[in-house]
Design a protein around this ligand. Structure first.
Ligand SMILES: [Zn+2]
Length: 393
């Protein structure tokens, strides 16, 4: 008697946008070693290994054990760090759309081997697994397509990535209300490709600004939004560097000759758009770049009264749950290493722009009472633009 279903193997797939995984090894039926590919910078330094996104086919035949390995790298030139820890709860999906976190009893941290083991029995034959819920260029395309019919929306391409993808800049405002008297807020999302929470929040913010409820915010503020700062990295399943290895949130220093437009055309395009806006006589009242970390959550920036005002509003009206209070940003991200300014530091140094950076954790948020979901990120995006508008009033 034949059991053809037994012949089909469990297979791993990364042939889709944003996917990433190293070479998988099977050690026994249902047990797989899955090295995380990771990514290093232009000098082979600062390897970070916290993006994995893959599909398993043939999974619904019993218990599956997946060991995520090769996690150690370095952060800001300090070796030995690993973003994946005992607190990491990856996500899974049966349709590549709706994502659920693995529960604590499905996750096992091996501190000796620095390895995260996932043990579960899938309900379906096909399951997608990722570090955080993916948000790819396809999600962005869908967002921009929905936005296009609005009379309050404008799209421009500020330049091209290393691979020739557009670097979008979106303007949202009510064109019937004169610019005089409006505040100007610039927002930037997804400078680091693994940080999908930034994009989900950006998606929520843009949809809110174009909605019925966003009408007042369009009258009060000109919103200039970079919704996707590293389209190449997002497409190839990168971690935090552009195709040439440059960290797009570390090379904004205008003074040290470190900024090389040809190697980091993404920064060049965004910088040109920002400076052109100022040089045309417009103002910038506020700039924010939104990021994710595993465990830290905070706001920092150049102008303390505005930053403290915004933080107070975020504490009162959103799930923002900082691991440290607002602080003035340092002059550089990496003392002793010339040129290592993030976008907020660089814009403040170059043009005295009130510029801020925010990190949001992907681990358990005690204020939410759960691991942050896609819906939580979208909701935060809606609340964030309302808090910014209120802080600027
Ligand atoms: Zn980041």
């Amino acid at each position: 008697m034949l059991f053809p279903f037994l012949l089909a193997a469990i297979t791993f797939h990364i042939d889709f946008e944003g996917a990433s995984l190293g070479k998988v090894e099977q050690t026994s039926p249902g047990h797989f070693i899955c090295p995380v590919r990771g990514e290093a910078d232009q000098d082979g330094r600062n390897r970070q290994a916290n993006w994995y996104y893959f599909r398993v086919d043939g999974a619904a035949r019993g218990a599956l054990t997946i060991d995520l390995t090769n996690l150690v790298g370095e952060y800001n030139y300090t070796p030995g760090s690993h973003a994946v820890t005992s607190n990491t709860r990856p996500v899974f999906s049966y349709d590549n759309k709706t994502w659920m976190h693995f529960s604590s009893n499905q996750v096992e941290w091996d501190k000796q081997r620095i390895r995260l083991r996932l043990r579960f029995t899938p309900d379906r034959n096909r399951v997608w697994i990722a570090h955080v819920p993916p948000y790819t260029n396809q999600h962005l395309d869908a967002l921009l397509k929905d936005a296009r019919p609005s009379a309050h929306y404008q799209y421009e391409n500020t330049g091209n990535t290393v691979d020739g993808r557009p670097m979008p800049l979106v303007t949202i405002t009510n064109p019937r209300v004169p610019a005089v008297g409006k505040k100007v807020a610039w927002l930037m999302f997804r400078q680091h490709s693994w940080e999908t929470g930034s994009s989900w929040a950006g998606d929520g913010a843009i949809r809110f600004l174009l909605s019925e409820q966003g009408a007042a915010l369009r009258e009060q503020v000109i919103w200039k939004i970079f919704p996707m700062a590293d389209p190449d990295g997002v497409s190839r399943g990168g971690v935090r560097f552009n195709k040439n290895g440059y960290d797009l949130n570390r090379n904004w220093d205008p003074n040290r000759g470190m900024f090389q437009p040809g190697l980091m055309p993404e920064i060049a395009a965004q910088k040109k758009a920002i400076l052109a806006w100022l040089d045309a006589g417009h103002r910038i009242d506020f700039f924010l770049t939104l990021h994710n970390t595993e465990s830290g959550e905070y706001l920092e920036g150049s102008h303390a009264p505005l930053g403290e005002r915004l933080e107070k509003l975020l504490l009162e009206t959103t799930s923002f749950h900082p691991s440290r209070p607002f602080r003035r940003a340092e002059a550089s991200t990496t003392p002793g290493k010339p040129g290592r300014m993030n976008v907020a530091q660089g814009l403040h140094a170059e043009r005295d722009i009130p510029a801020f950076g925010m990190e949001q954790r992907v681990e358990f948020n005690t204020k939410l009472g759960r691991l942050p979901t896609v819906a939580d990120r979208e909701e935060f995006g809606r609340q964030l633009v309302q808090a910014i508008a209120a802080a600027l009033r």
